[in-house]
Ligand binder design. Sequence first.
Ligand SMILES: Cc1cc2nc3c(=O)[nH]c(=O)nc-3n(C[C@H](O)[C@H](O)[C@H](O)COP(=O)(O)OP(=O)(O)OC[C@H]3O[C@@H](n4cnc5c(N)ncnc54)[C@H](O)[C@@H]3O)c2cc1C
Ligand SMILES: *[C@@H]1O[C@H](CO)[C@@H](O)[C@H](O)[C@H]1NC(C)=O
Ligand SMILES: *[C@@H]1O[C@H](CO)[C@@H](O)[C@H](O)[C@H]1NC(C)=O
Length: 607
Amino acid sequence: MERRNIVGALLQALMVVVALAAGVATVGGSPPEPIVKCKSGNSDCTVTNAFGTFPDRTTCRVAAVAYPANEAELVAVVSAAAAKKQHMKVVTEYGHSIPKLSCPGGPAGAGLAISSQKLNRVVAVDAKARRMTFEAGITLQRLIAAAAAEGLALRYNPYWHGITLGGLLATGAHGSSLFGKGSAVHEYVVGMRMVVPTTAPAAGGVHARIVDLREGDPDLLAAKVSLGVLGVISQVTLQLEPMFKRSITYRTQRDHAFESTVSSFAATTEFGDIAWYPGQEKVVYRDDVRLPLTAQGKGKNDFAGFQPQLSVLISAIRKSEELLEETESSDGKCLLAKIQVNTLLATGAGLKNDDSRLIDFTGFPVVGNQSDMQSSGSCLTGKDDGLLTACGWDPRLDGFFYHQTAFSIPIPTVAAFIADVKKLHALRPGSLCGLDLYSGLLMRFVRNSTAFLGKTADCADFDMTYFRSNDPEDPRLDQDILEEVEQMAFFKYGALPHWGKNRHVGFIGVSDKYGDRRDRFVAAMTKYDSEGLFSSDWVDAVLGIRGKSLSLEKEGCALEGLCICSRDEHCSPAKGYFCRRGLVYKEARVCRKSEKEDDAPIVHTEL
Ligand SMILES: Cc1cc2nc3c(=O)[nH]c(=O)nc-3n(C[C@H](O)[C@H](O)[C@H](O)COP(=O)(O)OP(=O)(O)OC[C@H]3O[C@@H](n4cnc5c(N)ncnc54)[C@H](O)[C@@H]3O)c2cc1C
Ligand SMILES: *[C@@H]1O[C@H](CO)[C@@H](O)[C@H](O)[C@H]1NC(C)=O
Ligand SMILES: *[C@@H]1O[C@H](CO)[C@@H](O)[C@H](O)[C@H]1NC(C)=O
C-alpha cells in the first residue's frame, strides 16, 4: 500500500475507535501494579517506576523492602540499616518520577527500599494559622481532600494527584503561577521532620535520629527539595489558605507572535498556562483565575489525559504512532494530532461544569472549588475493571511509551527560545507534530526560590513529551529536531531540568548551573548523611560529586538521550542516522537521517 493510503486507512480506523470510545462511560481504571515486587515475602525485590522502565532501561534490585507505619517504626528501620551501613531509598506508593531516583546506591541488590505507603495520615490541623501537618507518604489527592474537609486549600500544586507529598517535594514539583511565592509546593512548607542515619549510636544503640526543622531554619532550604538524599522525610507542615474558587477557560489562537505575550499573560493570570502546538501553529491559553468562594459553580477538573483510558483505544493509537514512525510520515502525525487536539478542546479537556449533571461539559468558563479544580487523576483510583481501562502509560498495556524532557527557561529569554523553535519548524515543517500528539509544548510558570535546588530565576517550565520506541536501538522520526530543541533549551538557554522528569541529557552540567547553591546543598547532605547511605551513583553524578559522571558513551547512546552524540556510532549508522550539527543551534549534536555523504560530518574536536 502506498504511504498516503496507509495513513488514510489508519485515521479512518482510529476515528471509528474514538467514536466508539466516546460512547463508553468509563468509571474504571485498573489500579497499577506495585512498583516493588519481591521473590519471597519482603526480600529479594526489584524496584521500578510507574512506567515500568527507567531512562537507561536498567533494573533496580534491592535486598528488601520495609513498610514502616509510623515514625517510631521508621526510626527503627533507618537505624537497623544504618547500623549495617546498608544503602537505602524511599519508594512511594506509585513512583511517578522518570529518572532512576528511588534505587538505593551501594552494591547492586544489597540496598533497602523504605516504602512510604503506610505513612499517609493527617498528623495535625492548626485551623487558626491555617496549617496542616501530614505524613510524607500521603498522596496529593488525599492531602487535598483532607484540607478541603477543613475548609482549606493548597494554593498551587502539580496537575496530577497520584504523587506523594514526600516525592513531589523531593523533586521540586509545581503547578503554574508567578503570583506570590510561585507554583512550587515547597514554597509553602513551614516545617519538616526527617529521620536521618547517625554514625555513632545514641542511647539504646539507635543509629538514627529525628531532625525537626522549623520555619526559618536554614537547613530547610536543603530539605525542601532534597532529591531524597538527606534522609527520610517523615512529616511536613504546609501553609494553606481558605478555600476559594477558580474559573477556567481554554482559549485557542494562532501562534503568530505569541511569544511576546508570555510574560504579560503570566503576570496577569494567577493559574494560567500555555499549551503550544508548534506543528499546528496553534496556542491554547488556559485563562485560569481566582474567584471568591461565593461565586456560582460546582465545576470539576478531571483532565482527559489522566482519566481511565480504554486499553483497546490506546493500543490502537500506539499502533498508529508506530506505523507513522515506520512509514516516516510526519504529515500523518500532524493529521492525527489535529484530530486529537480538536476532540480534546471540544470536550473541555475533561473539565466538567457540574459533576452531578448527565452532560459533563457544556461550555466555558468552568467554575469550581480549588479542591476540585487544582489536580486530577481518575485513572489511578477507579474501580478495578481487569485492565479494560487504566492510566495510559500503564506498562501492562500496549499503550503510551514516551520520553519526557522538562526544562525551565528564565522569563526574559523565553521569547527568544520560542522564536528559535519556530525557526526549526519553518525549516522542517511537520517535524514537531510528534509533540502535538502529547499536549504540545506545555508552558507553566515557576518562581525563583530560596530552596537550594529550586529554580534560580522566575521561569517558564516547558514539558515536552514524545514517542519512545520499544526497541532502544531504533532511531525515531524527526529525532534530530527534538534533540536540537532539547539541547537548545539546556545548553543555549541554560535551562534547569525538572528533577522528576528528563533523560540523561537534561542533567548534563546541571550541578554547575546551581553553582554555590549546589555546594550548600551538598554541605547539608554531608551533615545529615555523612556516609552517603541515601545517595546513589545517579544522584552523585547529577550533583557532580564523589567522582561520579553522567557520561554513558556507548553505541547508540544518543538514540535514547543517554549521551549527546559526538561520533556516528552514538547514533545508528546502520539505520542511516549519523551525528550531525543542529540546523539552528549549530553547537547541537544530533542524530539525523542522512545519506552518508550529503552533509558535512562533524570534525571531532570539542564536546
Ligand atoms: C502523569 C504525571 C503528571 C505529572 N504532573 C506534574 C506536574 O503537573 N507538575 C510537576 O512538577 N510534576 C509533575 N509530574 C512529575 C512528578 O511531580 C514527579 O515525578 C513527582 O515528584 C513524583 O512524586 P512521587 O511521590 O511519585 O515520588 P517518587 O518518584 O516515588 O520519588 C521521587 C524521589 O523522592 C524520594 N522520596 C519520596 N518520598 C520521600 C520521603 N518521604 N523522604 C525522602 N525521600 C523521598 C524518592 O526516594 C525519590 O528519590 C507528573 C508525573 C506524572 C507521572
Ligand atoms: C466548596 O467549598 C466550600 C467551603 O469548604 C464548601 O462548603 C462547599 O460545599 C464546596 N462546594 C462543593 C461543590 O464541593
Ligand atoms: C532570586 O531570589 C534571590 C533571593 O530572594 C535574589 O537574591 C536573586 O537575585 C533572585 N534571582 C533572580 C534571577 O531573580
